[in-house]
Design a protein around this ligand. Structure first.
Ligand code: NAD
Length: 252
């Protein structure tokens, strides 16, 4: 018999962290083996099941990621960019699989994750849903077919607590659109417009960000031509789709 995969959930009290704990408990072949939050967080010392609104699991949250990660087979990380960079280093040291969904990492923090991936399996995505994975492929394909006569704008909306903008998924969609056109996103990216902006430059890929309420994540890629407009939209109704895919990724 194969032992259950021991999964550690960093950021265990967060919106995604709690969802991941619930998902692990409902998934065969894995167990919740640990969880962390930063020192001073009210969740430290609290049972991980209780944090996630379940019966107690007999494992409490700690503020010691090094010890927690050393004791598990895989780490699931939906936290903040600086923490993810540090967790990647610890996962590589402990030879633990890392599934990382945090968005908004700067180049240095992304580099820390890439370095970890030289030593351990790292599964990284700005959006773990199947729908968005398909949307990325469709966006690249449509951008290539329609060509530069169709202006590309990416509109996203998330809940009022989200701290980075545009979302990691929106940037991923922009990269897919740019790849479809054979250009680098950085060369054509236009994020946010305000005031006297002048006319739209040819070839731009624009981003617009909306924030409010409890929206889990809406993304639309607009291809605006003369006389017609094509829009590809994805709407996530629950964080469960992300959590389920992250747990599946850890098991894989
Ligand atoms: P959240 O604020 O609810 O949760 C983040 C948690 O991380 C908090 O509980 C916070 O205290 C904790 N944290 C911060 N620093 C830490 C540290 N050093 N050690 C341990 N824990 C730490 O946020 P959320 O809505 O759960 O989103 C988290 C991240 O995941 C964001 O970057 C978001 O964009 C991203 N996200 C990605 C996907 C995806 O599919 N890839 C889906 C949803 C959210």
């Amino acid at each position: 018999m194969v032992d259950d995969l021991k999964i550690g959930v960093v950021g265990c009290a967060g919106r995604m962290g709690q969802m991941v704990i619930r998902q692990i408990t409902e998934t065969e072949g894995c167990v919740v083996a640990g969880g962390t939050e930063p020192a001073g967080n009210a969740a430290v010392g609290v049972d991980l099941g209780v944090l996630a609104g379940l019966d107690p699991l007999g494992v409490a949250a700690t503020d010691d990621p090094a010890a927690m990660i050393a004791a598990v087979d895989a780490v699931i990380d939906f936290t903040i960019p600086a923490a993810t960079a540090e967790h990647a280093r610890l996962a590589a040291q402990a030879e633990a699989v890392l599934v990382a969904g945090t968005t908004g990492l700067d180049a240095e923090q992304e580099d820390a994750v890439t370095r970890a991936a030289r030593h351990v399996p790292v599964i990284r995505a700005p959006n773990f849903s199947i729908g968005v994975t398909l949307l990325l492929a469709l966006t690249e394909q449509v951008a290539g077919i329609l060509g530069p006569d169709y202006d590309i704008e990416i509109v996203e909306m998330h809940h009022r607590h989200k701290v980075d903008a545009p979302s990691g998924t929106a940037i991923g969609l922009g990269e897919a659109a740019a790849a479809g056109r054979g250009v680098a996103l950085e060369a054509v990216k236009k994020s946010g417009r305000d005031g006297h902006t002048g006319a739209r430059a040819a070839g731009e890929i624009g981003f617009a960000t909306l924030r409010g309420g409890d929206v889990v994540g809406d993304h639309t890629v607009v291809f605006a031509g003369d006389g017609e407009r094509l829009e590809l939209t994805h709407k996530a109704a629950s964080r469960q789709v992300f959590a389920a895919a992250a747990v599946r990724a850890a098991l894989w």
